[in-house]
Design a protein around this ligand. Structure first.
Ligand code: BEZ
Ligand code: FE
Length: 308
């Protein structure tokens, strides 16, 4: 007569679940994956036991997560946006880029980076096909933390328009408008012309927008220009330079604005011989980027193009 072997132990209450799950994952080969998923499960189980969701609330939460994927396509990345408005992206950014060696602080990549910006010459205007709006003349230098100029550094620049729309969100802008790649000269200098960017709301037509409305949060980002600054032998800098008033900076919906990233920004109400041909009113801005030694590493663009 065969006897059914009594199981050693089965789950008998909520207090047992975490240890069962951790035991089931104990043979993970990659130790870093093992450490991350162990910590994730431990914290998630603690969160569930603390908040004690109803089954309806659990289903609602799962539907919200699934909707993040459903609202992600080649012109919008809702998953990145969710990490941004929850402060997770800024936390990861600060853990990995503390600025303590004197380098320029980094800031979020955001969901609108495309890797295929046009290559431009010094001084070129990235506002193509007569994009309306006040002109901005932006210049600066790229140096090491020791102040030594970095020649042939690359700057990948992108920004929203004067009405606060990236080209991939706006049928009236040409493809790749307000995007360009520049290279520094022997003294590490760069220059480009553009139009003044406006602050803008992050996309609110998906599950992230539902959350922001439920929390009575304004969806606004302060006006800024994005940069990826890179050079051989240096850590790649992903950052943003801000042009906005203090209140807008404080209320950045993605917690990305940092004081050292506020740019010098001057309004010119009359012609200025230092800017030949510039039609007033226009703006000038300067910002110097400092890179630390390291290995260049480039982000995967969260979007590839536009869908209209
Ligand atoms: C951006 O600056 O492009 C951005 C960053 C985070 C969320 C949405 C937009
Ligand atoms: Fe942006």
């Amino acid at each position: 007569m065969s006897q059914i072997k009594k199981p050693h132990q089965l789950i008998s209450g909520e207090k047992d679940v975490t240890s069962f799950v951790l035991r089931a994952m104990a043979n993970t080969d990659d130790p870093r994956l093992q450490a991350i998923v162990t910590s994730l499960v431990t914290h998630l189980h603690q969160f569930v036991m603390e908040t004690r969701p109803t089954e309806q609330e659990f289903e609602f939460g799962l539907r919200w997560l699934a909707a993040l994927g459903q609202h992600t396509n080649e012109s919008n990345n809702e998953v990145v946006l969710a990490a941004d408005v929850l402060g997770i992206s800024t936390l990861v950014d600060l853990i990995n880029n503390d600025g303590l060696q004197g380098e320029t602080m980094s800031a979020l990549l955001g969901p609108f980076y495309r890797g295929d910006a046009p290559i431009c010459a010094a001084g070129d205007c990235i506002a193509r096909a007569g994009t309306p709006g006040p002109r901005i003349y932006f210049s600066g230098r790229v140096t090491g933390v020791d102040g030594a100029p970095i020649a042939q550094a690359s700057l990948d620049v992108w920004q929203a328009s004067p009405v606060g729309l990236y080209e991939n969100q706006d049928a009236s802008q040409p493809d790749l408008n307000l995007r360009g790649k520049f290279t520094t000269d022997r003294e590490g200098r760069f220059a480009f012309t553009s139009v003044r960017p406006a602050g803008y709301p992050v996309p609110t037509n998906g599950p992230v927008g539902d959350l922001l409305r439920a929390q009575n949060r304004a969806p606004m980002r302060p006006a800024h220009i994005h940069f990826i600054v890179s050079a051989p032998g240096h850590k790649t800098l992903i950052t943003q330079v801000f042009f906005d008033h203090a209140e807008a900076l404080e209320q950045d919906v993605v917690f990305g604005a940092k004081q050292p990233l506020v740019g010098g920004f001057v309004e010119h109400r009359s012609a200025d011989p230092a800017y030949p041909g510039a039609e007033p009113p226009f703006f000038s801005a300067t910002y110097d980027f400092k890179l630390v030694p390291g290995t260049p590493c480039f982000p995967v663009p969260p979007i590839t193009g536009k869908t209209r």
